[in-house]
Design a protein. Structure first.
Length: 276
């Protein structure tokens, strides 16, 4: 056993008080451990809320290239949810970077397009997200950033529902689920140039294929989950094929009901309902 450190108090040997330099003064309080979360020095990650908040996004339309590279939005903070999606016209996209994350890949039976999504909590070390497109002639990719999700309930299968359509000019939304629901619509067309989400859905980002080219377009929007459909994504023209995917960002329930603008089933205000 090492010798204990003692000092003479004038009347006895006593354990000395250890002081720490705070940067401005000496203090006997144990210093708080802080880490850099990408934007500030903090002691812990922000608490999880029922509905993760959209923060920022990056997107890209890639043609005749092997790799699609999209940076994580620079405003990312540690424990933010990165939702990276890649819609490919052929084959199955592979997530190369960051390593260690297995994307959920879904391909329709006709193999006209495939959809891959990977979700992970930002650690502060990720920079660019890189997808391997193999021999796909075109792909639409997007990184969405959400804050205050519950990182302890991260799922390896974030896609909770999907629907496929042929020759349509509007794409119905499936009922949203609990927590923050992200709707991702894909279309295969030569001429989609404009679109409109229904009331109650917040548009986030879009990658629209160049006019006149047979390409995949991707549209993303979100809403708090309520268990009811909010309508359809309206397109300016009919598309050959379309798909709608529902991606859920887990949150921590506060036990209160949810009110959503435009949802006749869930938009009933009462004494127990709180508008946030």
């Amino acid at each position: 056993m090492a010798n204990a450190w003692r000092v003479w108090s004038g009347s006895s040997w006593a354990t000395p008080t250890v002081h720490y330099w705070t940067g401005t003064a000496w203090s006997s309080n144990l210093p708080t451990v802080r880490y850099w979360d990408g934007q500030a020095w903090v002691t812990e990650a922000p608490p999880a809320r029922e509905f993760a908040a959209f923060i920022a996004s990056n997107k890209g339309n890639f043609k005749d290239v092997r790799y699609a590279t999209i940076p994580v939005p620079p405003v990312a903070r540690v424990s933010d949810f990165v939702v990276s999606i890649c819609a490919s016209m052929r084959g199955f996209p592979t997530l190369l970077s960051p390593a260690g994350h297995l994307p959920q890949v879904i391909s329709p039976p006709d193999d006209e397009m495939s959809f891959a999504v990977a979700c992970w909590p930002y650690t502060g070390n990720e920079g660019d997200v890189v997808w391997d497109l193999a021999d796909s002639p075109q792909a639409a990719c997007m990184n969405l950033l959400y804050r205050n999700g519950d990182v302890t309930n991260l799922s390896v299968t974030p896609v909770s529902d999907m629907q496929l359509y042929k020759t349509v000019d509007k794409v119905p939304l499936m009922p949203s689920r609990d927590f923050t629901s992200i709707f991702v619509a894909l279309t295969v067309s030569r001429q989609v140039s404009s679109y409109s989400w229904p009331e109650g859905v917040l548009p986030r980002d879009a990658v629209v294929g160049r006019f006149g080219a047979y390409e995949i377009s991707a549209f993303a929007a979100d809403t708090p989950g309520a268990g009811a459909s909010l309508g359809s994504l309206q397109l300016n023209t009919a598309v050959d094929a379309a798909a709608m995917y529902l991606v859920t960002i887990p949150g921590k329930s506060d036990g209160r009901p949810t009110w959503i603008l435009g949802d006749a089933a869930a938009s009933i205000l009462g004494r127990t309902t709180i508008l946030l």
